[in-house]
Design a protein around this ligand. Structure first.
Ligand code: PRP
Length: 225
């Protein structure tokens, strides 16, 4: 039975392929990156990849159109996880979810004052939860990307976004004013596939888990086989 793995060409892609290779799933990286093909074979005739938008990965896996997928925790936090099994933190695509504001903006005072803080983000659930936990009322403005622009043109006072190197914030004269949580990529699995596909999927999951372990601790290579 064919195993279908969903991944996106976004932030996580470059780090995902070596991990898959270490797990025995060899793919032609060039072919995926350049081609417009959405279904890509691997060297293993029993495993194929589909490339979808990051925010669509959980949907494909949830409905069983893909048996498993690689997706950022940032995306999962915005998505209902019914029918999804999240067995492995892949330890790749590491970054953080933060609140950022213009360098001159007195964020602590705006928070103390309470009402009226305008926050632009594409991470609505995460932002809503974060400010609810703080007991701060904010007006959330939903964007689909380039959040950094919003405070610069008066659309919002602050943003909730992913920060990795911090280069994008610096380039736009924004500073991190609050750390919300650490983010990394997860392997998600369709619960029903665990039963219907059975052994080949178990074997692939175990191989990926082992590759993750070896990546974290190279000394683990050769052991636990
Ligand atoms: C993310 C995020 C920031 C940027 C941060 O965007 O939204 O814009 O990376 O990275 P840095 O701290 O290293 O500069 P991404 O490239 O994932 O694309 P997106 O705009 O579609 O979210």
């Amino acid at each position: 039975m064919m195993i279908t793995l969903a991944l996106s060409k976004g932030r996580i892609f470059d780090e995902t392929l070596p991990l898959l290779e270490a797990a025995g799933v060899f793919v032609d990286a060039g072919e995926i990156a350049d081609s417009r093909r959405l279904i890509v074979p691997t060297a293993d005739p029993g495993v194929r990849l589909i490339t979808v938008r990051p925010s669509d990965v959980p949907t494909y896996v949830q409905y069983g159109a893909a048996d498993l997928g690689v997706v950022g925790k940032d995306v999962l936090l915005e998505h209902s996880c019914d029918g999804l099994y999240q067995p492995i933190d892949l330890g790749i695509g590491r970054c953080r979810m933060s609140v950022a504001a213009p360098a001159g903006f007195d964020y602590p005072q705006a928070v103390r004052r309470g009402a009226g803080l305008r926050v632009a983000t594409k991470y609505l659930q995460t932002a809503r939860q974060h400010f609810a936990d703080k007991g701060v009322h904010v007006d959330l403005i939903r964007l689909y990307g380039s959040m950094e622009l919003a405070p610069l043109v008066g659309l919002a006072d602050a943003i909730v976004d992913l920060v990795s190197t911090g280069n994008t914030l610096r380039a736009n004269n924004l500073v991190e004013v609050e750390h919300i949580r650490a983010i990394s990529a997860r392997l998600i699995v369709n619960q029903a596939s665990l039963k219907t596909v059975g052994e080949p999927l178990d074997r692939l999951l175990a191989a990926i888990a082992r590759a993750v372990q070896v990546r974290r601790d190279p000394a683990a290579a050769g052991t636990s086989r």
